[in-house]
Design a protein around this ligand. Sequence first.
Ligand code: GUN
Ligand code: FE
Length: 431
Amino acid sequence: MENNFVVKGDICYSSSRNTIETFKDSYLVVKNNICEGVYEVLPSEFKDFTLYDYTNKLVMPGMIDLHIHAPQYSYRGNGMDLELLDWLDRYTFKEEAKYKDDKYALDYYTVFANRMKKSATTRVSIFGTRHKNASLILMDLMEKTGLISYVGKLNMDRDCPDYLRETTLESKTETINWILESKNRNYKNTKPIVTPRFIPSVTDEMLFELKNIVKDYKTAVQSHLSENPSEIEYVKELTPYAKFYGDAYDRFNLLGRVHEDNTLVPTIMAHCVYSNEEEIKLLKDNQVFVAHCPSSNLNVASGIAPIKKYLDLGLNIGLGSDVAGGETESIFKQIVDAIKSSKMYYRYVDSNYKGLTFEEGFYLATLSGGKFFGKCGSFMKGYDADIVVIDDNGYTNPNEFSIINRLEKAVYFNLDENHLIAKFVHGNKII
Ligand code: GUN
Ligand code: FE
């Protein structure tokens, strides 16, 4: 739908890493679903546009979640005293196996999709399970929410419990069928993304097949990379020939390499906590998006990613909730945990990198992560109109605090969870 409208309120958005623009009691004009401009006085040419009046409320771009696991939503907040590999064994694999049953998938993915709809997130990249049908059910449900999403059927042909493992052939066939079936469904907002779970879960034969699938069907790619010390040691044992963890993907063009026609494969790698200099260079050269998941990194004792350094080096970075490594889908919470953990990195690891500023945290959650999806995550002219409105009344006084101070408080008080009163995705009002 082509929508023209105006949103009135206290408007804020990132225009760069260090700048949040603010406009008190102003008008955001949206023309054909795209941001036209923000005005203190509404120009007469837009007077006929529908006006949504959110006076005294905070109007900001939708949040971007570059990494979340839909099937893990049911047990979020449990097992948080375990480390990554034990947590996967004790909780994750058992729960994900249940998605073999379409009815179970429908029930639990309905809960997930409803929660995503109500959150401040407008764009998201999701891991499903290794099951084709459940992944299609998830795509159907996400499409209905109005959010814009990538959804991945996982590949898992080694080193997981028998009840969850696929054969390489089965995984290849199911992946191709899933991509074809999802294309047949003509989704407007939902795309398949090739998703080898992580190196321990996929054989080289599988990665070879995925290389061809990505080339043939021109899909994006997502996975996990250099997350946890014990995982990284294990990857070294499994792939002694790889120069470093990322090299094990890169050998199969699964780390953002270019296609033969010179187009880049859009790629998200979650975590990158322990990437060495060579791996960092490859991430940058191949324009891979790092999904920084600070809550998860704290919960399953992975560590602290050097995000300030990655920003200085010009890597592509966004935030990921990584439910259920992270306990909540709130991206506001990720901003807070990113800032807190970056300060501990500065204090305990490397005093050359100061903690993230609030401006940088908000930038990561919106404009920076949004780049993966195109022009979104900001209200600059030409950006997609992804808008959320937060009612911070009762928490801060709009007449006494600046918009930046109110925004920071709204983020620290997690007002995305219960105080969101409107949401637009690509100019379509979904709440
Ligand atoms: N590595 C492989 N699988 C997973 C997962 O489900 N969550 C996290 N955080 N890391 C992983
Ligand atoms: Fe994850």
